[in-house]
Design a protein around this ligand. Structure first.
Ligand code: FES
Length: 79
């Protein structure tokens, strides 16, 4: 199963330090983070745990096809 394209571009967010779970399946209703939908839909995919050490701006991949999850690597430009 291919991941769903949630958005053809990154989610730019200012975040506090902490642990986040990036949705890799594209079905979360709370993008770019996991909502548990990957289990309900039996996607066979799992979120990517991401530890952010200090407050920063993150460009989370929205197309779910990045080669460097969970970060945007501009793959969306080729879709
Ligand atoms: S909802 Fe997409 S990985 Fe959990």
């Amino acid at each position: 199963m291919e991941p769903r394209i949630a958005q053809k571009g990154p989610y730019l967010m200012e975040l506090k330090a902490g642990t986040y779970y990036w949705c890799s399946c594209g079905h979360s209703q709370s993008q770019p983070f996991c909502s548990g939908s990957h289990t309900k839909l039996n996607t066979g995919m799992s979120p990517v745990e991401t530890v952010i050490a200090k407050d920063t701006v993150v460009a989370w991949c929205g197309c779910k096809r990045t080669g460097a999850p969970p970060s945007c690597d501009s793959t969306h430009n080729d879709l």
